[in-house]
Design a protein around this ligand. Structure first.
Ligand code: ADP
Length: 581
């Protein structure tokens, strides 16, 4: 799912809800405001119409009151000019008092007899006049010859004989009545029974007519203007385009005036109501949008957090997976290393053994000589012993037997040494007398030293020199050092082997020769390093094995040149009791 889609799915319905709620709030507010506006419009209209009716009433009453005036009742038959002047004065004075447009007295034929300047077309055709001639109070409205609108009331004037003599006609100009309404913000108009606007405070409406059966107003000439009508609740709203002085959208209130046969109407601008309604609706919208935005932000943040979380989890999972893999690889490596170590240990053990066998090989000639010599001697002593017994000299024979026994012991010692040297078993560490180790090693190599003409310089210390180690392995080290020294001195003119043993801490054993010295002292302990004929003379293992052995006892072995040959020193920890002693 792409990112904007869910947000849109969330925002669109929310905006719809906000729009609906704002619309509802606006509508409610509008209805309330319209109610108020309607009340105000009705009040305005009632005020205007009330004023109009009371004005008209006044003119009518005046006409009625003047009808019986003595000055006017005189004006029958052929009145005198003086009577007419007086009557005219009365009428003008009365008109001035009430503000009526004009007051006239007319005879039965409708001819003016007295009064302010009469209408040029006279009154004969006025329905109000004719009504008065019938003895009733007449009223009418219309346009005079100059096109001015007027209301007129005609009151019959009765003679002494009770017959109608004439009539008093009060004429009021419509314009003067509208005058008081001009400043009103509400447009007010009166429609006569015929459907034409007769009276209004918006001059542009004058003469407009109502379409029969409809509310619509159409101009007196030209095409009808755009007109819309709708109902909001009980209120009738007009949408009109009647010029700048009329509201484009107006609430219409009407009131019927049966007395004068007209319908009064007012058009109240609804713009304030709309503004009034828009205010709380707008506030509501802003509030809703604000909270909506807050919600959206919270939602966004929650989503971002969830995304970050998922990413984190994915990364953790990836890393865990990598770590697991690395761990497995490590385990494998450890196993391989352990196996390699075991193999190395095995190889080392085998090397030790090989080294021992190699040394043995080198010594075998000497050993067989060592053994054959006492054997020959034994044979000789046995033959001699037999001869002495035959000669009856048991004393001499016993002497020979004792020599045989001595020889056998010597052979036994040699064989024991050899066996011990070759034995391939783990000898425990313990207390070892270095004097005995040196002497056993010399015994094993005695033949070699003798055949090479090597002078031995060895003075054993008076007592045992005890160290911590393994007797057999130390013997192996020493045999190795002695044979190496002998090898080195093969070409030397002076051949002297000096072995010294210094008790102390550490116990120090030194093997010196008078050979040519070590060629590359830093390499001699490396396995397979040899300067001799490989295979026949050396394998390069002797010193590296010795190094391992001495180190396993916690000691040190080192080889250096003295200037007159080489010296190998072995340092070992003294046996604790010995050290204490
Ligand atoms: P190998 O005796 O089989 O050669 P070693 O490990 O015992 O093996 O000796 C390694 C090398 O150290 C010898 O080949 C020799 O070069 C040198 N070396 C050992 N002892 C002496 C010595 N006493 N004098 C001179 N060089 C020696």
């Amino acid at each position: 799912m792409s990112r904007p889609a869910p947000r849109l799915m969330l925002v669109a319905p929310f905006l719809l809800v906000v729009a609906a709620m704002t619309g509802a709030a606006w509508h409610y507010g509008y209805r309330q405001a319209l109610d108020e506006l309607s009340r105000r419009g009705e009040a305005d209209l009632a005020l205007v119409l009330g004023g109009l009716i009371s004005d008209l009433q006044r003119y009518r009453d005046q006409a009625v009151a003047l009808a019986d005036h003595p000055s006017l009742t005189l004006l029958t038959g052929a009145p005198r000019a003086a009577d007419r002047r007086r009557a005219t004065q009365v009428l003008i004075a009365a008109a001035d008092r009430t503000g009526a447009g004009a007051l006239h007295f007319v005879d039965r034929e409708g001819r003016p007899r007295a009064g302010t300047a009469p209408r040029p077309d006279g009154f004969a055709r006025s329905p109000a006049f004719r009504r008065a001639m019938d003895g009733a109070l007449g009223s009418a409205h219309g346009h005079d010859a100059a096109g001015r609108r007027y209301f007129e009331f005609a009151a019959p004037s009765f003679g002494a004989d009770g017959r109608v003599n004439g009539a008093v006609i009060a004429v009021a100009m419509a314009e003067s009545m509208e005058f008081g309404w001009r400043g009103m913000s509400t447009a007010v108009f009166l429609v006569e029974a015929g459907g034409t606007v007769f009276l209004t405070n918006r001059s542009e409406l004058l003469g407009w007519g109502k379409v029969p059966g409809k509310a619509e107003l159409v101009p007196p000439e030209g095409p009808p203007l755009r007109f819309g009508q709708s109902l909001t609740g009980p209120h009738e709203i007009w949408q009109i385009a009647l010029g700048p002085y009329l509201p484009r959208r107006a609430l219409q209130v009407a009131q019927v005036l049966p007395r004068i046969g007209m319908t009064g109407a007012a058009l109240v601008d609804v713009a304030p109501a709309r503004r009034l309604a828009a205010l709380p609706a707008g506030a509501l919208a802003v509030l809703l949008l604000f909270f909506g935005a807050l919600l959206l932000m919270a939602q966004e943040r929650r989503r971002a957090l969830a995304r970050a979380n998922a990413q984190l989890e994915r990364r953790v999972a990836e890393r865990t997976e990598r770590l697991t893999r690395t761990n497995r690889a490590l385990h494998r490596e450890i196993r391989e290393r352990q196996e390699a170590e075991a193999a190395l240990r095995r190889a080392q053990a085998e090397l030790v053994q090989a080294g021992k066998l190699g040394a043995l090989g080198k010594m075998s000639a000497g050993i067989s000589h060592e053994l054959s010599q006492p054997l020959m001697a034994i044979r000789q002593f046995a033959a001699n012993g037999g001869a002495f017994l035959k000669r009856g000299a048991p004393g001499k024979a016993a002497e020979n037997l004792a020599r045989i026994d001595e020889m056998a012991h010597r052979m036994d010692r040699i064989i024991r040494n050899l066996r011990a040297f070759v034995r391939n078993e783990n000898e425990p560490m313990g207390r070892v007398d270095m004097v005995r180790v040196v002497e056993a090693a010399l015994e094993m190599t005695a033949e070699r030293l003798e055949s090479d003409g090597i002078a031995l310089d060895w003075r054993a210390p008076p007592g045992p020199v005890l160290v911590r180690g393994g007797e057999v392995r130390l013997g192996q080290v020493l045999v190795n050092l002695i044979t190496n020294a002998a090898d080195a001195m093969a070409e030397s003119a002076e051949r002297r082997l000096a072995i010294t043993l210094d008790p102390g801490a550490p116990v120090r054993l030194a093997v010196r020769d008078t050979g040519p010295g070590i060629e590359e002292p830093e390499k001699i302990f490396d396995p397979f390093y040899t300067t001799k004929d490989v295979g026949r003379e050396g394998m390069g293992l002797g010193l590296s094995i010795s190094y391992g052995l001495v180190q396993s006892f916690g000691g040190r072995i080192a080889g250096t040149n003295t200037g007159a040959g080489a010296v190998f020193t072995v340092e070992l920890d003294p046996w604790p009791e010995e050290r204490a002693a």
